[in-house]
Design a protein around this ligand. Structure first.
Ligand code: UDP
Length: 234
């Protein structure tokens, strides 16, 4: 597989072209950012872990009939994916109150949310990825009502697969962020699903096993990511 030119560099990944116009390579970096990139650091081996965790979860979702951009994992840090046009909406699914939801609404962290809720954030660094509703996204011509309905349904469908998968591995899937892209006129799941983009709490101890350890300087970040890898892929 000949890797082509750098098409895009984000905070945690680089995207390269390939000789196939329908495919790109996602390269997973160890760089970590939080609070709209105001906090920066490195999590050793994060790229390798996130690549493998994403592979496992994308394969699982594909088995359950959810279309993803995953094609194959090429190496420790490289994943071959379908080349999509990313929809600039972050789809957040929540099973437990945490993070920005607790702050915004004054709700108690740790309270269960059943049935799960879906939120949309407009992907825009300059604006700090604001929380938006369907009308805002329509106003900005970001997505049609049909696409928004699909995003919401796919968010719930992914949760129906992932929540029990994590529970079986003694982890509580608190919340997670998904991104979708258009591939030949079809909406498919893209980006990554990893401890960078999910909140995962150990069911025995309640401890965070995800990027919150980096955000809040809780220590033992690498150990937590390795433990998620072991439980997801083991
Ligand atoms: N999230 C993410 N990227 C973002 C913002 C949020 O992956 O740019 C994930 C985050 O890790 C968590 C979920 O989305 O699993 C909900 O995050 P929240 O809105 O609570 O914001 P945060 O507390 O991370 O600022």
């Amino acid at each position: 597989m000949a890797i082509g030119t750098l098409l895009y560099e984000g905070k945690a990944k680089k995207i390269f072209s390939t000789e196939n116009p329908d495919h790109v390579v996602q390269y997973f970096k160890d760089d970590a950012t939080a609070f709209n990139a105001q906090k920066r650091g490195t999590i050793v081996e994060k790229g390798v872990i996130n690549n493998k965790v994403s592979e496992r979860l994308f394969r699982l979702l594909e088995q359950r009939g959810i279309c993803t951009h995953f094609v194959e994992r090429l190496s420790e840090r490289e994943m071959l994916t379908k080349k999509v046009r990313i929809v600039p909406v972050e789809v957040v699914v929540r099973n437990v109150v945490a993070g920005s939801l607790a702050k915004r609404l004054g709700l108690k962290e740790g309270n269960r949310i059943d049935p799960a809720i879906v939120e949309f954030y407009f992907k825009n660094d300059a604006l700090g990825d604001p929380l938006v509703n369907d009308d805002h996204l329509r106003l900005m011509n970001v997505a049609t009502p049909g696409v928004l309905r699909e995003l919401r349904e796919m968010g719930h469908a992914v949760n129906k697969v992932l929540k029990p998968f994590f529970t079986e591995r003694k982890m509580q899937l608190v919340d997670f962020k998904l991104e979708f892209g258009v591939f030949h006129n079809k909406l498919i799941l893209a980006d990554e699903i990893s401890p960078d983009t999910c909140r995962v709490w150990d069911m025995a101890t309640g401890e965070s096993m995800d990027k919150d350890r980096f955000r809040k300087d809780m220590g033992k970040i690498e150990e937590a990511y390795q433990e998620v890898l072991a439980r997801v892929c083991g």
